[in-house]
Design a protein around this ligand. Sequence first.
Ligand code: NDP
Ligand code: ZN
Length: 353
Amino acid sequence: MPSTDTFTGYLGLDANSVNGNLVKGTFNPKVFSDDDVDLKISHCGMCASDLHTLRSGWGATPYPVIVGHEIVGTITKKGKNVTQFEIGDRVGVGAQVLSCLKDDCYECTHDNEPYCANKVYTYNSKFENGDSSWGGYALEGRYPASFCFKIPDELPSEIAAPMMCGGITVFSPLKRNGCGPGKTVGVVGIGGLGHFALLFAKALGADKVYAISRSDAKGADAIAMGAEGIIATQTPGWNTKYARKFDLIVSTANNSDMPLGEYLTILKPGGRFVQVGLPESPIPQFGFGPLINMNVHLMGSLLGSRKEIKEMLEIAATKGVKSWVTCYPMEEVNEVLKLMDANKARYRFVLTN
Ligand code: NDP
Ligand code: ZN
């Protein structure tokens, strides 16, 4: 049974909500436990996953839903087991709000919480007792403190908020797959996640980072984010020039209509292609050639561990990584949803209360 407390947020009531039809209303958060905190939400970034969920693109969403998983807010209430935070602390919450955290869970004891079998997502998910989870397009939220992260003082809230999902989702595979000095890294899809991949690949010390985009329209922006240049895949034969150049490619492409087989041809032998974008339709067909002739690895990645989230925030603070954001008052969320669906974000929209 959820709590009888009422919080206010912007509810998606059906698949049409994605077209700018969220409704302001109340919801009952999870029952308050000794391990939880309540937040007054000040900022919430808008991730493409919010759109997929609102339109039931990944399967039927159990409405009503409140999306948003790039949250920053201040703690207004804390359970008695919460010793790491004080009332008034500014914390961030990403796309995962819980995992089992048990001593006998291999993933939870090895900094791999996103892959715990009993994870709970920030929205569209259920806690063990059956209570629904609710996202950050809201004025307030209730979350387990174990998945809240203190935001370093150097990071303004609008800069930190979109890192909580968009940032960590690319930081984790960059880190885990050797991004650093001596490496050439490609980033497919220069949207919210993609812009973070360029920024964090540079912050992690990669020698050369390239944007791999459908056209060269975002070229100047990509260079300003630290890229050597932009590779436009709409030009036939684009890949020939880049054969065997890349150690690692992180793909944030949000549509299956992508030249996956061609992307693989630009990896070095043994190179890695990590897909993080999650289109609504299946992976495109591609030949076995690159996998076998070039020994390339094709893999995916989900969010990042709690340890990686802390490390990312620390690196962002010390190296001055700055998200490219446009802020809007949260009351304008319906207008902003339409802008986002029309691919107008450069590169993240952040809602503010
Ligand atoms: P954005 O819409 O901001 O960016 C997506 C980018 O994908 C676009 O900017 C575009 O880049 C590229 N793209 C779109 N269509 C195609 C196509 N046909 N072929 C190649 N590239 C294409 O979305 P986000 O960055 O917010 O999210 C990206 C994806 O990541 C979503 O599917 C989201 O659900 C998923 N996601 C996955 C997570 C995980 O843990 N794995 C966590 C968070 C999000 P360009 O214009 O440069 O070609
Ligand atoms: Zn997200």
